[in-house]
Write a protein that binds this ligand. Structure first.
Ligand code: PSU
Ligand code: MN
Length: 299
């Protein structure tokens, strides 16, 4: 059902540390030509830490664990590559479609491949006005099910962060602040919401993973919340202004469902003249570095 790159297959067989990476972030969250360069920078950070990156996506209907540079290039170059959530994966397989995987569908495929650590930018979550639109990312449900630790900079600031944290609690998903007691706000170091738990080392994270899966028969994910250092964050005043404009514009356009997150990220990148792009790239690299250290500590 899954295809592996030779590098990832060899690493998994030899019980070496492997870090999963998603493709929606690359294909829909960033733009050409930055996206391909960033994809390889993320992989380089993981290799430099002594772990093996496994970028995940669908190539002509085949779920692929460890896309080659050529395969990633094809996903980035093909027009209209669908953003695949968990429920879309079997359909894309049946139709031999390319596909970019989200946090949710990357977790699903990573779990099937036996990969326990995954680095991304920000989680999906409960959208603002979800009480009328019901728009809650499948990332949350999937965190409740699939045994993968997701290293992220919190959830995207376009979301209802308080509601997202409440849902994670309901779903029994541990949320660990890495060297912080504040939930990070993606572009911002601090979302304004407190966390119950802080951990300070990859070993503490790995020990939590072991206990979680021992208690739950290897079911359910964990969130490792890894803030960008405050000096690298987006200027909070600029952030708040651009966010308000973007939300108003998304409403004006009547956007619903899958296009909402890519639209708002694109709006940020344009309205901040690339400053949010710099921050987005920095936080993903920061997460990749920590994820590699966690994968090594978990062995
Ligand atoms: N993090 C980023 N950029 C992104 C995403 C995460 O820095 O584009 C993607 C992830 O793939 C996440 C998705 O799963 O946004 C959430 O989309 P939605 O809200 O439609 O579930
Ligand atoms: Mn949605």
């Amino acid at each position: 059902m899954l295809t592996y790159s030779p590098e990832v297959k060899a690493a998994l067989d030899a019980h070496q540390p492997v870090v999963a990476l998603e493709t929606t972030l690359i294909v829909h969250g960033l733009t050409a030509p930055d996206n391909l360069r960033v994809a390889s920078e993320i992989e380089d950070v993981i290799r430099a830490e002594g772990a093996v990156p496994a970028t995940i996506g669908l190539v002509a209907g085949v779920p692929t664990i460890g896309l080659t540079a050529e395969q990633l290039g094809a996903l980035c170059a093909s027009p209209n590559v669908p953003k695949l959530s968990v429920r879309d994966v079997p359909i894309a397989m049946a139709l031999n479609s390319h596909g970019a995987t989200t946090v949710a569908s990357t977790m699903l495929l990573a779990a099937r491949a036996g990969i326990r650590v995954f680095a991304t930018g920000g989680l999906g979550g409960v959208h603002r006005e979800a009480s009328t639109t019901f728009d809650e990312s499948a990332d949350l449900m999937t965190l409740g099910r699939e045994p993968v630790a997701v290293v992220c900079a919190g959830c995207k600031s376009i979301l209802d962060i308080g509601a997202t944290l409440e849902r994670l609690e309901t779903l029994n998903v541990p949320v660990l602040g890495y060297r912080t007691r504040r939930f990070p706000g993606f572009y911002l170091n601090d979302s304004g919401f407190p966390l119950d738990w802080q951990v300070d080392t990859p070993e503490q994270i790995a020990a939590t993973m072991r206990h979680h899966w021992a208690l739950h028969d290897t079911r359910g994910g964990l969130v490792i919340a890894n803030p960008l250092p405050v000096e690298q964050q987006l200027d909070p005043a600029l952030h708040d202004r651009v966010l308000a404009e973007g939300l108003a514009e998304a409403t004006r356009r009547g956007l619903r469902g899958k296009p909402v997150s890519p639209f708002l990220l694109g709006h940020f990148h344009a309205a901040t003249h690339g400053e949010s792009l710099r921050v987005n790239i920095a936080l993903v690299l920061n997460n990749a570095r920590l994820a590699a250290r966690v994968a090594k500590a978990y062995l």
